[in-house]
Design a protein around this ligand. Structure first.
Ligand code: ADP
Ligand code: ZN
Length: 747
């Protein structure tokens, strides 16, 4: 125990009070908290949100440790600066702080950068500004009140009805807010303080539970028992699309609510999941709190505070919701656990599913991973018994799995006409489907009109000026776009190389081009295009979803935004325009990911009583992914994948870490990369080092990129190896070395 003074040992006599110090973590890329002095009369136990001076700035921070836990060098007392103030909030829970520290160590990120993800809206620390509403004062109007027309209108507006804000009243009365305040000063109106945003209502666990099937009931009972018992457990909920996984995990959510706990549900792309929110509201009577990047700032602040003080009981969010400071979290659900979107690739590079398991473990609470196509990582954990496993093998209500056909594009009778993309077989099926009053869907995971545009005259290809990537033509907006950095430019009229006019040809299809083909083939059909470009925000997405559900659309064409959990009763045919698309590139998980995506897309067909059909256009029908989809043999496919990974000691049977070296100066980037290559820990037999090699995206946003890959056995932590390695090379400020533990992207 540090005492800071020596007087207490001597006994007797007046003792100069020890300066109280705390260590405060700032939301900056710092590895360590800084020391501050606690002024007289202020209390700042660990977890307290405080305001501190840093140079000329004022910043918020979190009291990270008591000085007693300080084992580094202390700042001299005379240099200590005092805390400015403490924020009136429940302290950041100890488990959140331990989680932040764990993630920082695991991802090799600065502690402060991880903390910043937990307090990403620092404005939320401030008490929300109280708003004032006005109502009519009781009794008669004050004597001598001058009644101008504007004043009269305001008084009339408030005759019956709730108190209203000055700005709203003034707006409706067609005057300025000063008129409202003058009426209040005269005593004709009474001010009423109002919360800026309504409280989050508590979801009712018993609002509208569905009658579960026997097998669903058993699964739900198993899960609710885990939630009620508390303690850490991880469970894979494995069930085909439509088997009722959501209904089942809602029961676990209900159990946590009954126990008075908070619940976090992580979804891959929450902004796109209005259907999920509606279902939640149907089951629990109210919508949950949402947490994602599209929240308007006031709602974001409001939500953060409501989570921090325990008022928001169920939070559904994208990966960053994991870092919120829940005071009493009792359950985590990760839905669609296999989704690559759970991996954050920028800033602090982490996998939200894996970190969610860590969070559950630190908090000693259950976590549930749900998927129709679990990742090999999760399956391997289920196999070794680290995760429990619950299966829901059949679709609810006896809906059949769709019938899958492979269309072999190499065959003459199956190939589409020149410069078109839909096989006659698929065309016929679309015509039949629409004639029967049912809906079809065409899936192509490629935005825009064409992935590549070249000049017929000289062969010049339009390339992004900042990236190693072709520019994608978007005809709807008449622009070219880089899908990696967002660069856009108007489509040129003449070739920048040979000056030929109107010489550009589009190569290959994007969804816009497929839509054009469909419009020519079926001019009567009502077609909706569903891509992230054509839908500006969740609202637009919801409109299309409703139109499809109500039968106002015959044919839906889209990218993977369309593949997510939507449920369309009339949809009976799914055509995949290019099933091979994800298989190129030699990515470790290319096969697994393509299978998952196509399986999910296929799951859109025939969700109710009408049987569904799925047609996959492919150049490689013999590929294991295609064969597995054809035979509905997920487990067989995954077993082969697992075997291949095991043979190569690849994840989940070995560990990977990537180093991405980048900078604007190519020579310097090369120099640092080869230095890293030379100092790589090559003598250790259990480690393999690949690279340095130019990244497939060798230039991104104007930065040259080289990659190195470190592979080691499953039971070896790579972080200490990486730390030693990196410590041997001086990295100049103009070069960045990004560490990616458990990489998912190899671009
Ligand atoms: P999953 O999450 O596995 O895809 P869902 O929970 O979304 O499955 O269920 C698929 C559909 O079946 C949903 O419309 C859901 O409301 C319905 N459903 C599932 N189980 C039941 C049940 N026991 N009673 C009524 N409807 C159910
Ligand atoms: Zn670019």
């Amino acid at each position: 125990m540090a005492t800071g003074g020596q007087g207490d040992l001597l006994g007797g006599g007046p003792v100069a009070p020890a300066v109280r110090r705390v260590r405060v973590l700032l939301p900056l890329p710092l590895a360590e908290p800084y020391d501050y002095r606690v002024p007289e009369g202020m209390e700042a136990p660990p977890g307290t949100y405080v305001e501190v001076p840093l140079g000329p700035r004022r910043l918020f921070g979190v009291v990270w440790q008591d000085d007693a836990d300080h084992n580094g060098d202390r700042v001299a007392e005379t240099k200590l600066r005092p805390l400015i103030r403490v924020f009136d909030l429940p302290p950041m829970p100890a488990v959140t702080r331990r989680f932040i520290a764990w993630v920082a160590t695991y991802t090799m990120s600065p502690l402060g950068a991880v903390m910043r993800m937990a307090v990403s809206v620092s404005a939320a620390l401030e008490e929300p500004r109280a708003l004032t509403a006005y109502m009519r004062s009781e009794g008669e109007l004050p004597d001598g009140l001058r009644l101008t027309p504007a004043r009269k209108r305001i008084l009339e507006l408030l005759l019956d009805g709730p108190p209203r804000l000055a700005a709203d009243l003034a707006n409706d009365a067609g005057c300025g807010p000063a008129v409202v305040r003058a009426l209040a000063d005269a005593g004709a109106l009474t001010p009423v303080p109002m919360r800026a945003l309504p409280r989050f209502p508590v979801p009712d666990p018993d609002a509208a539970a569905k009658e579960l099937s026997e097998i669903q009931r058993a699964a739900a009972d198993d899960l609710t028992a885990k939630v009620s018992a508390g303690g850490y457990s991880a469970t894979l909920l494995d069930g085909v699309t439509g088997s009722g996984k959501t209904e089942v995990y809602f029961e676990a959510v209900a159990a946590a609510l009954r126990a008075g706990k908070q619940v976090l549900v992580l979804l891959p792309e929450i902004a796109l999941s209005s259907q999920w929110l509606d279902r939640f509201a149907g089951r629990f009577g109210v919508r949950p709190a949402e947490w994602h990047s599209e929240l308007a700032p006031p709602l974001r602040r409001h939500t953060w505070r409501a989570v921090a003080n325990g008022e928001a009981r169920v939070v559904v969010g994208a990966r960053s919701a994991l870092f919120l400071p829940y005071p009493d979290l009792g359950l985590i659900v990760v839905d669609e656990e296999h989704e690559a979107a759970f991996k954050q690739e920028e800033g602090v590079v982490y996998h939200a599913r894996d970190m969610a398991v860590v969070r559950a473990h630190l908090g000693q609470i259950p976590i549930l991973l749900a998927s129709a196509t679990p990742s090999l990582e999760t399956l391997a954990n289920a196999e070794t018994g680290r995760y429990a496993r619950i299966d829901l093998p059949a679709r609810h209500g006896g809906a059949q799995m769709p019938d899958v056909t492979l269309i072999d594009l190499r065959r003459k009778d199956a190939a589409p006409p020149a410069r078109q993309w839909l096989s006659p077989i698929l065309r016929n099926a679309l015509a039949e489907t629409m004639a029967a009053g049912e809906q079809g869907m065409l899936f192509l995971n490629r935005r825009g009109y064409a992935p590549l545009t070249l000049c017929r005259g000289c062969g010049h290809r339009l390339q992004c000026p900042h990236c190693t990537a072709w520019l994608v033509e978007h005809r709807l907006t008449r622009r070219l776009q880089c899908h990696h950095c967002g660069y856009t430019a108007p489509s040129p009229d003449h070739c920048p190389h040979c000056e030929a006019e109107g010489s550009f040809v589009a190569c290959g299809p994007g969804v816009e081009r497929v839509a054009e083909e469909v419009a020519n083939l079926f001019p009567e059909a009502r077609v909706a295009l569903m891509t992230s470009d054509t839908l500006a925000g969740p609202r637009a997405m919801l409109n299309v979803i409703e139109q499809v559900r109500d039968g106002a659309v015959d044919l839906l064409i889209g990218t993977q935004v369309m593949a997510k959990g939507h449920h369309f009763p009339l949809l009976t045919l799914v055509g995949v325009v290019d099933a091979d698309l994800g298989l190129g590139g030699g990515d470790l998980r290319a096969g697994e990911r393509t299978f998952q995506l196509l399986h999910q897309v296929a799951g859109r067909a025939g969700r109710e009583s009408r049987p569904g059909r799925v047609m996959l256009q492919t150049h490689m029908p013999e590929h294991p992914v295609m064969q597995a989809l054809l035979a509905h043999d997920r487990d067989g496919f995954l077993a082969i994948e697992a075997e291949q990974r095991r043979a190569l000691d690849m994840p989940p049977y070995g560990r990977l870490a990537a180093l991405i070296v980048s900078g604007e100066d190519e020579a310097l980037v090369d120099q640092i990369s080869s230095r890293l290559g030379r100092t790589a820990p090559r003598t250790r037999e259990e480690l393999t080092i690949l690279g340095p090699a130019p990244a497939p995206l060798a230039v991104l946003r104007g930065r040259h990129r080289r990659r190195l890959l470190l592979k080691g056995p499953k039971n070896l932590a790579l972080q200490p190896v990486l730390a030693d390695w990196l410590a041997q090379v001086d990295i100049p400020a103009a070069v960045r070395v990004q560490v990616d533990i458990d990489p998912y992207s190899f671009l």
